[in-house]
Design a protein around this ligand. Structure first.
Ligand SMILES: [Zn+2]
Ligand SMILES: [Zn+2]
Length: 414
């Protein structure tokens, strides 16, 4: 068996791992690099029998459209729907690629390989790790994962009932030099949101990603406990509509404490794609909240927004009662080095604005080192290969049997 990490051995994002056995070649993820100075892999020259996408984050799927035409792409059903949703709202064409669905824990045969997707806990819904078997060998790719989200039991299951006889483990190491101490889990984030909003005299904004479903759930639960209404935009409402395909227990616009605030530009997307959205637009307006209603009793609402919500935030600033801005994503987006991230400078300025009560509440999508250690000890692989990390060279200080590969290096697993 032959293994090549095309990208991801020494960086977070842009992951692409090639595995070949006999006549079969597969790729694990075809990600777009997160860093502007990292060149994407030229996947158009990678002839693969199948590509497996671990989850719907761009640093794992972003190069799909550049694959040789007709390349079969395997991913989770919900993940694919979430990618479609984003593209429609970004005014991009939906991908017309050769998609195949896999299901959690159900083995699929692709040429020489048997592949079993393992549903994992991550800040993207429908995220998977993969067990890959061929030639009597077993490889396990962690994808992006953690134990401290709302599906943490999936991680604990991997630790409690580990897969035996793993020859090679590709283990993500995003958090190698980071920690999660301030907010160790999703519950601690929920608690901070609740504490912030329960006595609010003005509206609260929570800035996060609409695809971070755990965060929407945390926000919803805090709102429910504080007696506030959770306002989402049209895109977020549509994302939650996709979740209904797999779960009835995720908050969605039909729930009593939820309202939808529709902007003109998002409504334009609905009108432009009637066959894609079906009767969603009609149903949406029954759940709508108007700007005037938000201004009449701002203290009744929490708006789930994003970095670009700064204009709406500005509308509610007054000196009598500060607006709560709960910043609920990676803090380093505000460090002044992300000018390409629209709105980051304006949100960063909120920290010094007397009309704003700026609150940070976020937990990582990735496992801290202690959890990675537990997982590695349980899986006890013959070889442990760092992936999705800026600190592969430090793995051997923490884990046993580390084999550090470089991007492009051909490794023969005998
Ligand atoms: Zn990632
Ligand atoms: Zn991810």
């Amino acid at each position: 068996m032959q293994v090549i990490i095309h990208k991801g051995s020494h960086e977070i994002g842009g992951t692409c791992i090639q595995i070949s056995s006999g006549k079969t070649t597969i790729l694990l993820d075809v990600g777009l690099p997160l860093s502007a100075d990292s060149r994407p892999v030229d996947v158009s020259r990678l002839a693969a029998d199948a590509v497996l996408i671990s989850h719907s984050h761009r640093d794992h799927f972003g190069l799909m459209a550049s694959l040789p035409p007709g390349t079969p792409i395997y991913m989770g059903k919900l993940g694919r729907r979430l990618i479609d949703a984003t593209r429609v709202f970004l005014r991009e064409e939906r991908y017309a690629l050769d998609f195949h669905e896999f299901s959690a824990w159900k083995p699929t045969t692709i040429g020489a390989f048997t592949i079993t997707p393992y549903l994992v806990d991550h800040s993207a819904a429908d995220a998977y790790a993969f067990l890959i078997e061929a030639e009597g060998k077993r490889l396990f790719y962690s994808g992006d994962l953690r134990s401290h989200g709302r599906k943490g039991v999936l991680f604990e299951n991997l630790v409690k009932r580990p897969i035996r006889d793993i020859d090679m483990l590709f283990l993500e190491g995003t958090m190698l030099h980071r920690n999660n101490d301030l907010f160790p889990d999703e519950k601690s984030v929920e608690d901070m949101i609740l504490e912030t909003i329960q006595r609010q005299k003005n509206i609260s904004f929570l800035l996060s990603s609409s695809q971070n479903i755990d965060r929407i759930v945390s926000t919803y639960l805090a709102c429910k406990n504080a007696g506030k209404l959770l306002v989402i935009d049209v895109y977020t409402a549509w994302v939650l509509e996709q979740l209904l395909q797999v779960s009835q227990s995720t908050p969605n616009m039909n729930w009593p404490a939820m309202r939808v605030f529709a902007t003109h530009s998002q409504d334009e997307r609905l009108k432009a794609n009637p066959e894609y959205f079906g009767d969603f637009r009609k149903r949406l307006y029954r759940r709508g909240v108007k700007r005037e209603e938000l201004h009449a009793t701002p203290e009744s609402f929490l708006y789930f927004g994003k970095m670009s919500s700064f204009r709406l935030i500005d509308e509610f600033k007054n000196t009598a009662a500060p607006v709560n801005v709960i910043y609920s994503q990676w803090l380093r987006y505000l460090d002044g080095n992300h000018s390409d991230y629209f709105g980051s400078d304006r949100v960063s300025a909120c920290r010094r604005d007397p009309a704003v009560n700026f609150v940070y509440a976020h937990t990582s999508g990735h496992a801290p080192v202690e959890d990675l250690e537990r997982l590695a000890a349980a899986l006890n692989p013959r070889k442990l290969v760092p992936i999705h990390t800026e600190h592969g060279e430090d793995f051997s200080k923490i884990f046993a049997n580390v084999v550090t590969l470089n991007d492009g290096q051909v490794f023969v697993l005998a």
